[in-house]
Design a protein around this ligand. Structure first.
Ligand code: SF4
Length: 409
């Protein structure tokens, strides 16, 4: 099956596909030149990897790219044939399938020299990376980041912060053993400086969506996230996001929106249906635009960093994002988002193979519906497994939701 076309509104975002191709080419060249490769879970101290000449590769990102390309089903077939049942996370099944089938899309992923899994989103990552560690006979470092509460300034408790920083010191030792190169403090500060600038631009782009009409689509935003996940800490990310920010600001000044008539402003929670990104176009055709995706806005990526305290700021970012904090702090954050972005409706994607996020996002959606009377749409499908996509049922629900929004207006 070929990938359906989805609309990207921005010229600058359209450069993304060249950047993605170059990234995959570069990681293979780096491996051939003897550089060390780290496979990492998606929420990671990527700036530290770049500072230490470790080439970061992200299986979740690759799984999403395979879903957009419509080849995930083939990969998941290999995983399921090897005994990994279809209830397991489809990111995981796509990744294992890519390994077992020697998938060559975008050249596949070069073999890892180190695996790093963080525990700040879900425990699936740890088990997943244990499987990879056995398969490749490769060392695994688990960054243990306990869930916790935040104070009024959205800061983590001191003991959690100290614990997270101490593990970063351990990680640095592990990387030094693999690369045979000591951490250069200047290089770390440079990477943190560039990571901070990328975050500043990312926040600026997100904030621009408070304007009516919203200048950038969620398809652009979710695609551009690739740059932040893989290349934060490099000049490439800053250069790319600077162009996007410039174009977005220009569109705000000239009141150019994603659709000719913006009627409803929506929030999307959590991952998209990577295999059916054109679903967003369906909403847009009715004048309904997504102006926030919690997946990208919930302080997960794009939090400001501090060159003077590089490790502390990396640890803080990983301890305070939306998926690693207590429910009261999430609700507080969400209330602010709904008000500031003038959200008319809340769309919650219940992901069949991700039991981790489903519980919390359903709770949040119900709370918002009860407390604030926000119309809510729950879509049941999957981020990477298109077998869980029922087009007729989804279309019916979208139609009913749009009618509800209309009536509410
Ligand atoms: S959070 Fe969900 S989608 Fe992400 S790796 Fe864990 S199980 Fe998979």
């Amino acid at each position: 099956m070929t990938a359906p076309k989805t609309s990207k509104a921005l010229k600058s975002s359209q450069k993304l596909s060249q950047l993605v191709k170059k990234y995959y080419k570069d990681i293979h060249e780096a491996k051939a030149q003897g550089k060390k490769i780290v496979w990492s879970s998606g929420i990671a101290p990527v700036e530290l990897f770049h500072a230490m000449d470790l080439v970061p590769v992200f299986p979740e990102n690759y799984a999403a790219a395979c879903a957009v390309k419509q080849i995930s089903q083939d990969l998941q077939y290999y995983a399921e044939k090897a005994g990994y049942i279809s209830d397991l996370c489809s990111y995981f099944r796509s990744d294992i399938g890519h390994v077992l089938s020697n998938c060559t899309y975008l050249g596949g992923l070069p073999k890892p020299d180190l695996l790093v899994a963080s525990r700040n989103l879900c425990t699936t990552h740890v088990k997943w990376f244990e499987v990879l560690s056995r398969y490749f006979n490769c060392p695994l470092f688990v960054w243990d980041l306990p869930f916790g509460t935040l104070n009024k300034k959205f800061a983590p408790e001191f003991h959690r912060l100290e614990y997270a920083i101490s593990q970063l010191h351990e990680l640095i030792k592990v990387i030094e053993n693999i690369t045979h190169c000591e951490l250069n403090t200047w290089r770390l500060q440079e990477a943190i400086f560039l990571g901070d600038e990328a975050a500043r631009l990312w926040i600026e782009i997100n904030e621009s969506r408070k304007n009516r009409p919203a200048p950038i689509s969620c398809t652009d935003m979710l695609g551009n996230l690739f740059v932040l996940v893989t290349l934060s800490g490099t000049p490439i990310a800053v250069e790319f996001l600077r162009e996007v920010a410039k174009e977005v600001n220009n569109r705000v000044s000239n009141k150019i929106g994603i659709v000719s008539q913006e009627r409803f402003r929506l929030l999307w929670d959590v991952m998209p249906l990577w295999h059916h990104m054109e679903l967003f176009d369906r909403f847009q055709s009715a004048g309904a635009v997504f102006v926030v995706e919690l997946y990208n806005y919930g302080r997960v990526w794009g939090q400001r960093l501090d060159c003077a305290q590089p490790l502390e700021s990396l640890a803080k970012r990983h301890l305070t994002h939306m998926f690693n904090i207590d429910m009261d702090s999430r609700v507080k954050l969400l209330r602010e988002i709904l008000r500031e972005f003038q959200i008319d409706g809340y769309v919650n994607h219940v992901i069949r193979s991700c039991n981790v996020l489903n519980g919390s996002t359903l709770h949040l959606a119900n709370k918002m519906k009860k407390e604030l009377g926000i119309p809510t749409l729950t879509l049941e499908s999957d981020h990477c497994d298109s077998r869980a996509f029922a087009p007729a049922m989804i279309e019916n629900r979208i139609q009913a939701f749009l009618e509800l929004l209309e009536a509410n207006q």
